[in-house]
Ligand binder design. Structure first.
Ligand code: AHR
Length: 356
């Protein structure tokens, strides 16, 4: 196989919330080890786009990667897809078969089976939800195709069904957000927190971890979660859910959104209801991802804080594939380094350097 130059990846320890902006490509914290498998050949199907060449299957030194992406629901997801597409390019020695599942697990199951039929070299899966993968991943294993799980985790009975995972530590993100909220409320003298909780897609790792972080903190600190509903990680649903929560609860002083896009929608709903938000407003707004638009929202005085979920997985996955190609072991669980950002920071300078 052609030796592909791996893009920058720093292997530094994952810290808790920090006032120091994280690098845009971030690093990973690795746990456990796993061996390698490989096969060859690839192809295409009607729902997938071939990013690397016009032909199906691998040939010569080209490595064929089938990537089953969740969808295009958020700014984060767009940045994640771009990272994968720019990394797994023909110029870098890859043929990428990219499949957008439109947030439906059934589409992902079909895509993976198509990748198996096409005899791709590697399957990369960003799973919609954690459960429901045992059968199809067993089929990939039986076909001898290595599987790399990215972004969200899978919950399978046999962890040899995938080679490794690279993505965020979602519970840690939630815990960092809640510790920030506790310190912020204490500093402002706010003793009663009535929280509107806009969740992500139910069953996705990003929802499960961030929800656990909040629910545990609410129990520990005596906070009231006055409303809880999925905003499906989209701006439109975030707005719709917040409108309804504000109508049923007149005491909300915090909204905890499980991604930035939901927060943008919630902020629109807050303003439409004649309320204010942000550091000078009635309602504290916190969210996750730290996309560029979140910095703009903080600079505008609407969003209070955003907790990073780094989407730039392409170079990390390429490094894993190159290790597997070389017959080297890879760490089983590889968490991405993530920081947080709030309005006490020099957001203009950070935004100027931001990659997504
Ligand atoms: O799994 C990562 C989450 O998925 C991001 O927080 C969100 O924006 C995306 O839809």
């Amino acid at each position: 196989m052609l030796l592909v130059a791996c893009m920058g990846l720093s292997l530094v320890a994952c810290g808790g919330g920090s006032n120091t902006p994280a690098s845009n490509d971030g690093g990973t914290t690795e746990e456990g080890n796993e061996g390698a498998q490989a096969s060859d050949e690839g192809g295409s199907d009607e729902n997938a786009s071939n990013e690397g060449s016009d032909e199906g299957g691998s040939s010569g030194d080209v490595i064929t990667v089938g990537f089953s992406q969740v969808g295009a629901e958020s700014d984060w997801r767009t940045a994640n897809s771009e990272s994968m597409k720019s990394t797994f390019s023909e110029a870098n020695g890859y043929k990428l078969i990219f499949d957008d599942a439109q947030q439906k697990q059934e589409n992902q199951l079909t895509a993976i089976r198509n990748f198996i039929n096409q005899e791709v070299d590697y399957i990369v899966l960003a799973p919609t939800t954690e459960t429901g993968w045992d059968t199809v991943l067993q089929e990939a294993k039986d076909a001898g195709i290595p599987v790399i799980i990215v972004d969200r985790m899978v919950d399978v009975s046999d962890d040899t069904l995938y080679n490794c995972y690279v993505g965020g530590n979602f519970k840690l993100e939630g815990q960092k957000a809640c510790e920030w909220l506790k310190a912020y409320a204490d500093a402002k003298g706010i003793t009663e927190l009535n929280i509107a909780h806009i969740q992500g897609n139910i069953g996705a790792s990003a929802q499960i971890g961030r929800t656990e972080g909040l629910e545990e903190a609410a129990e520990k600190y005596g906070w009231n979660i006055v409303a809880q509903q999925s905003g499906e990680f989209t701006q439109a649903k975030g707005q719709e859910v917040m409108e309804s929560m504000l109508k049923s609860n007149d005491n909300i002083n915090v909204v905890y959104c499980e991604n930035d896009n939901e927060a943008f929608g919630a902020i629109d709903a807050i303003k439409a209801a004649g309320k204010t938000c942000g550091p000078e407003g009635d309602i504290i707004v916190v969210s996750f991802d730290s996309v560029k638009a979140a910095f703009e929202s903080m600079i505008a005085g609407d969003l209070n804080a955003t907790f990073e979920c780094n989407p730039l997985h392409g170079p990390r996955v390429a490094e894993i594939i190159q290790k597997l190609e070389a017959g080297e072991a890879v760490d089983k669980i590889q968490y991405v380094d993530e920081a947080y950002f709030d309005t006490s920071m020099d957001l203009e300078s950070i935004l100027a350097e931001r990659a997504y």
